[in-house]
Design a protein around this ligand. Structure first.
Ligand SMILES: Nc1c(/N=C/[C@@H](O)[C@H](O)[C@H](O)COP(=O)(O)O)[nH]c(=O)[nH]c1=O
Length: 360
């Protein structure tokens, strides 16, 4: 088999850990000796062994004279675990095939340099595009120190998120709604506006048949209008953070904090301030599930990296019926947020469109 075959196996191993490794990247590794796979591994959780460590452990003595495939440049600095580049040298690998470079300034290029200095053969860039796309959240966060933002909407074919009487259960089918829960599992945090909380009293937890990780639940609520009776406050299912402003009452803040809610007072109610705060708290990926006003503010701030749209084969009509993105909107066509459609699939009876914001 050729290098691409083994690198694709390593990428599949990395992909299988989606949602588990934050704030670390997803990494997979395969060790091959005389055409036989002798070790495989993936980084499963931040603080635990890196993919190369797992694969080399499985390879044991067979690592000597082997080729090791890894989807991200082996680390060369002492993080929570010793450097993988040193381990690869110590275990006697002959050749290292690397898909892409880490954008982290602590690492980029040093791991490969260390391997070359030790006399190993190094091949770089096999399946690089796929490896970069796999860790776009990690690279984005490393570069910008703010979360990678995915905006999700679920609408009827005529673009409504509810009827004129605000009924919305359900627009999309159970397959599409389950897909949304997979995104919740994969994200560090989910964000809604106080309007959605008051209208839907949502749980914002991850309910998947095989279980899943709950994201941190973030509410934008500039004057702390949230009621302490809401599920987000009462259910204790997952952390709830409220981003508010100086206009909010201190007494209400104390009342919420006594119920275990984290309340952050920002200097304003801008999206930029919210993202900066979440970045300082290590939130690398943010799933924005609306409603229309919050979606509108993220659009206006051009603070979106990916858009997930679910379209249901239904028509609600009604000029007063709410649409996915409200807010002030753009005046000129040229101001539109330009997207690149990456994927169009049917999911149950609905259509799912994944698009990336150009240049993000
Ligand atoms: N109405 C619909 C949605 N509605 C999305 C939000 O308006 C809801 O408040 C949120 O999903 C509720 O979260 P929960 O309590 O954790 O279930 N989203 C969807 O994908 N399809 C829909 O048909």
């Amino acid at each position: 088999m050729n290098d691409v075959y083994y690198m694709k196996l390593a990428l599949d191993l990395a992909k299988s850990t989606k949602g588990q490794t934050s704030p670390n990247p997803m990494v997979g590794s395969v060790v091959v000796k005389n055409g036989a796979i002798v070790g495989v591994g993936a980084h499963l959780k931040a603080g635990e062994g890196h993919a190369e460590v797992q694969a080399l452990k499985m390879a044991g003595e067979k690592a000597v004279g082997s080729t090791i495939y890894v989807t991200l440049e082996p680390c060369s600095h002492y993080g929570k675990t010793p450097p993988c580049a040193d381990l690869i040298i110590e275990k006697g690998c002959k050749r290292v095939v690397v898909a892409t470079k880490d954008s982290n300034p602590d690492v980029s290029g040093r791991g490969i340099a260390k391997l070359k200095e030790a006399g190993l053969e190094v091949e770089f860039g096999i399946c690089q595009e796929e490896a970069n796309e796999l860790n776009e959240v990690f690279f984005h966060f490393m570069k910008n120190q703010i979360p990678y933002v995915t905006l999700k909407s679920a609408t009827t074919l005529d673009g409504k998120t509810a009827t004129v009487t605000r009924k919305s259960k359900w627009i999309t089918g159970s397959d599409a709604r389950e897909d949304v829960h997979r995104y919740r599992h994969e994200h560090d945090a989910i964000l809604v506006g106080i309007g959605t909380v008051l209208a839907d009293n949502p749980s914002l937890t991850t309910r998947l048949p095989n279980g899943g990780k709950n994201p941190i639940r973030v509410v934008l609520d500039r004057s702390l209008r949230i009621s302490i009776e809401t599920k987000l406050i009462q259910d204790q299912e997952a952390p709830t953070w409220i981003l508010t402003t100086e206009q909010a009452s201190k007494a209400k803040q104390t009342e919420l904090e006594q119920l275990g809610v984290n309340v952050f007072r920002l200097q304003d109610d801008s999206v930029e301030s919210a993202l900066a705060l979440l970045g300082t708290k290590g939130i690398t990926s943010l799933f924005v599930e609306g409603g229309a006003e919050v979606n509108g503010s993220f659009l206006k701030a051009r603070a979106v990296n990916q858009v997930i749209t679910y379209l249901a084969p239904k028509l609600f009509g009604g000029k007063e019926a709410p649409t996915a993105i409200g807010g002030v909107g753009f005046h000129e066509v040229e101001e539109a947020l330009e997207l690149e459609i990456k994927e169009v699939t049917t999911i149950g009876t609905d259509i799912k469109i994944v698009s990336r914001v150009k240049g993000s």
